[in-house]
Ligand binder design. Structure first.
Ligand code: GLN
Length: 297
């Protein structure tokens, strides 16, 4: 079978098997084939030779897994996020394009902080940035990649997720670039870290429990603990908003990813805990996806 015939077969099989909502059959087929052949996807069109039997078998195995509903990112073991290739496994949520909004918001809040400090004549600093519920590490690793001057910290409750995040850190930044901590939110943080963070960012689980079975079937392959935010989706967000102020420094900010429908409720929670300068950031679809608040007026 030629590369071209393999692509045609893959696209046809996946178009047949997948819901429209669940991504692109053509893209998935190309990614599987490129991965099996060990080439960049952009090089596929110039390959027209016969494939080895072993490569055909491996490619068809990818197609079969995808037909059964497994997300392409788990089959490939990779997902791009802010142009970096992250390793993913079923121990972590697959990084979403929506979450790039969280990274952009963090960059924005850090730049505004710097501007305020400069205007006030404060000395330059190394801002400490914490990513709670880090999962694959996509948020903190891309932040540190784009702002190497930050001191990067990340935590997750799941040791299996942290080992994926550490692997990404080693491969994409080099060991030691991020300090990882296994902890149920702040419960396992050393007391010395109190009032230490310039910015705390989190993409916690925020899906309402009852909605989970009704989502795309791909979601059922992902760790439920990374998605399930309890009855109203705000169980973790409520705890983070209550606990974060004592871990933020005097002018620190908290940034949370959530669903746009949850924003009014989160605004109220932030106001209740005395956060100021609350603002939201929109995702690529134009929906409010991230909310930020600072503890200084
Ligand atoms: N945006 C994700 C989804 O709807 C939810 C991620 C999360 O709960 N943190 O699939």
């Amino acid at each position: 079978m030629t590369v071209r015939a393999a692509l045609t077969e893959g696209k046809a099989r996946l178009s047949h098997a997948l819901d429209r909502a669940a991504g692109s059959p053509a893209l998935d087929a190309e990614l599987f084939l490129a991965s099996v052949l060990g080439v960049e996807r952009s090089r596929l069109i110039i390959l027209d030779g016969e494939m080895e039997t072993e490569a055909i078998t491996r490619y068809r195995d990818c197609l079969a897994r995808r037909e059964a509903g497994e997300p392409a990112a788990y089959i490939l073991g990779r997902r791009e996020f802010r142009a970096l290739p992250f390793t993913v496994s079923p121990a972590v949520l697959i990084p979403r394009p929506d979450t790039e909004t969280l990274v952009e918001a963090a960059l924005d809040v850090l730049a505004a902080r710097e501007q305020r400090r400069r205007a006030a004549g404060d000395r330059p600093e190394t801002p400490r940035v914490l990513d709670l519920c880090t999962g694959s590490g996509a948020v903190i690793i891309s932040l540190k990649h784009e702002r190497p001057d930050i001191a990067a910290y990340a935590s997750d409750i799941a040791p299996e997720a942290l080992s994926v995040a550490r692997e990404n850190e080693r491969r994409l930044l080099g060991a030691g670039a991020v300090r990882f901590l296994q902890s149920d939110l702040f419960a396992g943080f050393p007391g010395e870290a109190r009032e230490g963070f310039a910015l705390i960012a989190a993409n916690p689980p925020y899906v309402e429990s009852a909605r989970i079975p009704r989502l795309q079937r791909e979601i059922l392959w992902e760790p439920r603990a990374a998605l399930d935010g309890g009855a109203d989706g705000l169980a973790l967000i409520r705890r983070i908003i209550a606990e974060a102020p004592s871990w933020l420094d005097g002018e620190g900010s908290l940034l949370l990813e959530a669903d746009s429908a949850q924003m009014p409720g989160i605004r109220a929670l932030l106001a209740e805990r005395g956060f100021f300068r609350v603002q939201t950031y929109r995702d690529l679809a134009g929906r409010e996806r991230v909310i930020a608040g600072g503890i200084k007026q």
